[in-house]
Write a protein that binds this ligand. Structure first.
Ligand SMILES: [Zn+2]
Length: 459
């Protein structure tokens, strides 16, 4: 029987990645992501996927982001008992991310029940911390470049993709066919992470297309970071950086240390005010094998790549609140990255009304978020029910993206020695996926299509 692949998410959309591989009796789910964003998408998390979790042989997971991994606790709760195979870095990050996702689910259900803001009586979480623990017990880390057999007749190898710690390109062989999934592809020549590993061939290729229609800025982000820190120093104010706990926070700490070392910024106290960011930074530091040469050289010389000179972490809520009394110049890094929740909110409420405050956005700001409103110049924002005037200076850079842009995706694809028989663009909004498909057809001359939700293809 020819192996086949069915697209059950991240087809025509960015989230909810799930690709089902059927190979001679073995059923392997590649990715197990949660749908995020619009209400219609989130509703899909509640419609059982057309797979019986008890009959799945294994899950292969490219990386820990929730849009790739967040459905694992539900799968485990519904009877999945096979291995969840991923890289060691991904396994470590899952241990902080899945319980955190479960807590958010439980808090939201509790909130809806309290406010009676639900059509369901009572509102239930999609999964609980106990379900997350059930999933974590199934995780089987396997080192990069080491072939493993997740199910009879299926061999898988993980190659570093450079996107976040542990992120992998998943390379599967079954029934004499080779199926390669790019996972989320990182970038070339960026701080901390290594370049995506070159892959030389595939029969069937799935390539992500998040930024399939975009070109990242050519600078490395340091000019804006330098400008923001200098402003905090001259104004004797606080620089607030809303940042994603995983990836962006470590990039930022690394760049601040580099800029200090190069004398481009003075030594300013840096507070990491994010419990998850603190844990993620410790995990990044424990995996030097995934760092690029420059970051490894820092460690070899006895330095700590993610520790600026005057660095403090604030773990407890009380420590975080004490930062309200902080006088500048100082830098506070806190989540969430789009200012939709988390500790950054109480810092913004406290400091947005002050002209000497600087806010620096270093990540994508989705439509409808406070981050997007601030970035677009809102004069007031609502935080905890209060109308907060914005007198702070708002800066932003897109240079710290963790996703390859169109040119970088094509650069990785150019490493293939011959065209795959089938290439599918996945994990992109319709415009982005179509733009990448057109570029692959036009510039590489490969047959290529955008993956259709629910469609099945031969591998
Ligand atoms: Zn990702």
């Amino acid at each position: 029987m020819t192996p086949s692949l069915t697209f059950l998410g991240a087809a025509g959309t960015v989230t909810g990645a799930k690709f089902l591989l059927d190979a001679d009796g073995a059923r392997v789910l590649m990715e197990c992501g949660m749908f995020q964003g619009l209400r219609e998408l989130r509703a899909r998390n509640w419609a059982a996927p057309p797979i019986d979790p008890r009959r799945l042989s294994a899950v292969l997971l490219s990386h820990a982001h929730i849009d790739h991994s967040g459905y694992l606790p539900r799968l485990a709760r519904d009877g999945f008992q096979g291995p969840i195979v991923c890289s060691p870095g991904t396994a470590d990050l899952l241990r902080i991310m899945l319980p955190d996702a479960a807590r958010l689910q439980e808090e939201e259900a509790e909130f809806r029940n309290r406010e009676r803001a639900t059509r369901h009586q009572p509102a239930l979480p999609l999964f609980t911390e106990a379900d997350a623990a059930r999933a974590l017990a199934l995780v089987r880390p396997v080192a990069f470049e080491r072939a493993t057999t997740p199910a009879p007749g299926v061999t898988a190898t993980f190659h570093p993709s450079g996107h976040i710690l542990g992120a992998s390109i998943v390379d599967v062989q079954t029934g004499g066919r080779r199926l390669v999934y790019s996972g989320d592809l990182g970038r070339y020549d960026v701080p901390v992470m290594r370049d995506p590993v070159r892959v030389d061939g595939a029969d069937t290729l799935l390539v992500e297309s998040t930024y399939g229609n975009r070109r990242h800025p050519s600078d490395d982000g340091t000019p804006v970071i330098e400008q923001a820190v200098q402003r905090a120093v001259t104004q004797r104010g606080v620089l607030l950086v809303p940042a994603f706990a995983i990836g962006r926070t470590q990039d930022l700490l690394y760049l601040l240390r580099e800029l200090e070392g190069a004398g481009r910024i003075p030594d300013v106290p840096v507070y990491l005010d994010s419990p998850m960011g603190i844990e993620a930074t410790a995990i990044y530091a424990r995996h030097p094998e995934e760092h690029d040469d420059a970051a490894r050289a820092v460690a070899r010389a006895g330095g700590e790549p993610f520790v600026p000179r005057r660095f403090e972490v604030t773990r407890t809520r009380d420590d975080s609140k004490r930062l309200n009394g902080l006088d500048g110049p100082a830098i506070v890094i806190a989540g969430s990255g789009m200012a939709t929740g988390g500790r950054i909110l109480h810092h913004l409420r406290r400091r947005l009304p002050e002209p000497r405050t600087t806010v620096l956005f270093v990540g994508y700001q989705a439509a409808g978020t406070r981050g997007r409103m601030l970035r677009e110049g809102a004069e007031r924002v609502r935080i905890f029910g209060a109308d907060i005037p914005v007198r702070a200076t708002i800066l932003a850079t897109d240079a710290l993206s963790a996703h390859a842009d169109q040119a970088e995706l094509l650069r990785w694809l150019a490493g293939f020695r011959r065209a795959p028989a089938r290439t599918f663009c996945v994990h992109g909004e319709p415009d982005a996926a179509a733009a990448l498909r057109d570029a692959i057809k036009g510039q590489l001359g490969w047959p290529c299509e955008v993956a259709a939700d629910g469609a099945t293809t031969a591998v």
